[in-house]
Design a protein. Sequence first.
Length: 400
Amino acid sequence: MHPVKIEVKRLVKVFGDHPTKALALLAKGLGKEEILAQTGQTVAVADVSFDIREGEIFVLMGLSGSGKSTILRCLNRLIKPTSGSILVDGEDITTFNEQQLREIRRKKLGMVFQQFALFPHRTVLDNAAYGLEVQGVPRKEREERARVVLETVGLQGWEQAYPNQLSGGMQQRVGLARALVCEPDVLLMDEAFSGLDPLIRREMQNELLALQDRVNKTIVFVTHDLDEALKLGDRIALLKDGAVQQVGTPEEILMRPANEYVAKFVEDVDVSKVLTAEGVMKKPLVVLSQKDGPHVGLRLMRENGLSSLFVVDRGGKLVGLVTADAAFAAVERGQQDLGGILIRDVPTARPETPVSELIHVLADAKYPVAVTDPNGRLVGVVVRGAVLAGLARRGKEVAV
């Protein structure tokens, strides 16, 4: 597991002239509306705690007024918390002075806003390099670094264009490049794609996931769109009235909602698009080695009530599959090895493969699906019943 990059502890933000009154009522367990009625103070964030791991996309998700954007702005101290602590690499930034805050914003925290906030009179190159210009980096160096980042976000060849010559998606790429050029550890993205057309928005979501594979940043992403949260998030914090309702992976939130609010929030999601092979696979507790013969295979299948077994090499990499019928016939012939009965063309998937794709694979497959890691090692087995059971937990019926 990756180390914790950001740790938020009992964060509270109250808007108003007398926040101590609200804090006292909050400590007694009163809700946001009650506190507003009694004190006139608005509790935007109510005793929120969570951690964000290095290299993950952590999504703050909720409806309007849930506190997600306020939390994000507390993370880089654009808003000062009323109480609580925010540790970035172990340092509590709620105690930082203005100079310390400027340093951490320059070096560790990059911000990407919903509104692109590009300078209309500056070229794409100059917009992308702006953060380095503020830091006093010489023109030649900052332009070289900006060109590299613009290529990373797919804008090579557009360096001398102006913002009004770009589509919305391209303008957002410039905003992303401007944040990346300073090489921050953490990217804070506030509703970054919500102002885009649906098609461009999906493209930008895919671009962000592809970019994350290359740069591996810690990303905190704010959205009110559940589908976007489920697609992008390694983990999601679902918020209501400034309080965290649940923190978990997309599968955990869909399959094991923490309360009635979360269950209601996710009830209309097509779980087959979010549930993955990893969520429905079984561990391959019984496998054959390449050195084993049909006698061993047949015995293992009889003892475990199986009709087939996957075969792996000494390193655990998938080699193929042997069926009980083929093993029995080989034993009858007196065969001593798996030669001639090993089936190498077997269906495979990765742990992150959505169940919606597995359904189509299983529909035509004669054998279980082997789940392999990027190195080809067998890490799981998926059968039809496991997929149906996973979907049934959410009351979905799918014909396989």
